[in-house]
Design a protein around this ligand. Structure first.
Ligand SMILES: [Zn+2]
Length: 56
């Protein structure tokens, strides 16, 4: 979890917030069904596959 800035009003917003509490600007247009773990799982799997293939 980290702080990000609202692109509309530069208010500091938690990365977990789906919209800016100050102006209501939506911060994450992507689907947010707990995608953090899935995202890094996919990235890790792809990187691992590339490493394995590069060694053969
Ligand atoms: Zn804002």
């Amino acid at each position: 979890m980290y702080l990000t800035q609202c692109p509309a009003c530069d208010h500091r917003v938690s990365s977990q917030a789906e919209s800016c509490p100050s102006c209501g600007q939506p911060l994450r247009a992507k689907t947010t069904n707990g995608g953090g773990i899935t995202f890094w799982g996919v990235v890790g799997a792809v990187i691992l596959a590339i490493i394995i293939m590069s060694f053969e």
